[in-house]
Ligand binder design. Structure first.
Ligand code: C2O
Ligand code: CU
Ligand code: CU
Length: 482
């Protein structure tokens, strides 16, 4: 944790370790810490990789960086080929990928491809540690549908501080089915990737990862809302119909998205790809780790604010932290827009069960609210495989939340389908491909998962709460596919 604090970074850069802390601090006037608001929206760079021996190769350097979030202050961060966060890795379904991940952060880390179906050895979870100054180069086939995925640090016990510092980015995948639909897909013109986060800054404009007791229980939440690392940016566009690919990349915040004029928008994709048909809505909730794609009609030419009501896992007890302006959408005039397509992806019903059901209970143990988070009575143990699944099986997993908090549960390796939420079929926006699902207090959610293609007798996949503080505190388990 210390290496991602400001003092830790200073020590790291000076090469003096702890000695740097004792060095005299030069006087400098305290800057005015106003957020740098209202800048034109800057999208992460679109990186299509390079082609090498039939593979699409991405070179990713993870290193300390800096970013001006607050006017006139450089905040120490971690970036991936950038000062803060990373590029959008753009690829096609069926590609063979090679990722060259260089760890330049001076401490062990991993990089995980969230939502991708891959061999466990390529997953980038806690078992694929990259030593300082080493390069990790997994290779795998992209067996996915078109959609918006992401990558982030997953070092056990350090996922939260690494992501907080900026170790995350988006993976954008296209395929023939998506390409045949009349959807906006021109990056930066009518198709905008938005990474939503929030951060807390100290008096020096830095964002050290320092948790209070409350943060430890509830997850870290900040009061400064960020879109791609910008505060309230402005998206100016000529397009009358825009596609927003939204990632909730926060540590511990849930976002209830809505527009300032309460306009209807359409969800077209969930975590793992396109829905069967656009779902009209006026509000959408995204849990940490979830992605959604939306179409927004701007044909009236009116500027509108994208807002987020943000809340933490303890919302039932504490309420929300309020509604925040995230980004203004400013069309450059009124123009007719085509309606969203009536149908999107071919989405077959969930596969039939061929194996046993499994039950998972989320609980807090210990006195009052100060205990540990557990799944089926245990916290994470790096040396314990919780269960094994035979390759080729389709199972039903039933998750029950006995805690008073929200937990977004994420499962590696698969895109699953939600069968029921408290016995009821899922809402249409939850009926597509998912890898992360919100489980509220007292809810039971059943999932259908198929384990195909990849087996490994030793290396596991993770399942965990995607509130990163809960994950780091051990609300995680691991399974192998054999
Ligand atoms: Cu988003 Cu286990 O990860
Ligand atoms: Cu994941
Ligand atoms: Cu949780």
């Amino acid at each position: 944790m210390t290496l991602t604090t400001r003092l830790g970074r200073r020590a790291l850069l000076s090469g003096l370790g702890g000695l740097a802390l004792a060095a005299p601090v030069a006087f400098r006037p305290r800057p005015a810490l106003a957020a740098l608001r209202g800048q034109p929206l800057a999208l992460p760079a679109l990186d299509e990789g390079r082609t090498e021996a039939g593979r699409r190769v991405f070179d990713l350097k993870v290193a300390p960086g800096g970013r001006e979030f607050l006017a006139g202050v450089e905040t120490a961060t971690i970036g991936v080929n950038a000062g803060f966060l990373g590029p959008i890795l753009s690829a096609r379904a069926g590609d063979r990928l090679r990722m060259n991940v260089a760890n330049r952060i001076g401490e062990p880390m991993t990089l995980h491809w969230h939502g991708l179906h891959l061999p466990a050895a390529a997953d980038g979870g806690p078992h694929q540690e990259i030593a300082p100054d080493a390069v990790w180069s997994p290779e795998f086939d992209l067996l996915q549908k078109a959609g918006t995925f992401w990558f982030h640090g997953h070092q056990h016990g350090k996922t939260a501080p690494h992501v907080w510092a900026g170790m995350a980015g988006v993976i954008r995948i296209g395929d023939d089915e998506e390409a045949a639909l009349p959807l906006p897909r021109n990056h930066g013109e009518d198709d905008f990737t938005l990474i939503l986060q929030d951060r807390r800054f100290d008096a020096d404009g830095q964002m050290p990862y320092t948790m209070t007791m409350h943060d430890r229980m509830a997850g870290m939440q900040g009061d400064v809302m960020l879109v791609n690392g910008q505060v309230e940016p402005v998206l100016e566009t000529d397009a009358p119909l825009v596609r927003l690919r939204v990632l909730n990349g926060a540590n511990g915040s849930f976002y209830g998205l809505q527009f300032s004029d309460d306009r209807t928008f359409y969800q077209i994709a969930s975590d793992g790809g396109l829905l069967a048909a656009p779902v009209p809505m006026r509000g959408a909730i995204l849990s940490p780790g979830e992605r959604a794609e939306f179409l927004v009609d701007l044909s009236d030419g009116a500027a509108v604010m994208l807002r987020a009501e943000s809340f933490g896992s303890e919302v039932m007890m504490m309420g929300t932290t309020g509604t925040h302006d995230m980004m203004e959408l400013r069309p450059r005039g009124a123009r007719p827009a085509s309606a969203p397509p009536a149908r999107l992806a071919d989405l077959p019903p969930p596969a039939a069960e061929t194996g046993p059901g499994r039950d998972f209970t989320l609980a807090m143990t210990g006195p009052g609210m100060m205990g540990d988070f557990t799944i089926n009575g245990s916290g994470y143990d790096h040396g314990r495989i919780d269960f094994s699944v035979p390759l080729g099986v389709t199972e039903t997993w039933s998750w029950t939340n006995t805690t008073p908090m929200l937990h977004p549960i994420h499962i590696h390796d698969v895109q699953f389908r939600i069968l029921t939420r408290n016995g009821q079929p899922p809402a249409p926006q939850e009926a597509g491909l998912k890898d992360t699902v919100l489980i509220r207090p007292d809810e039971t959610v059943t999932l259908r998962l198929s384990f195909a293609d990849y087996a490994d007798p030793v290396l596991p996949y993770m399942y965990h709460c995607h509130i990163l503080e809960h994950e780091d505190a051990g609300m995680m388990g691991q399974f192998t596919v054999v």
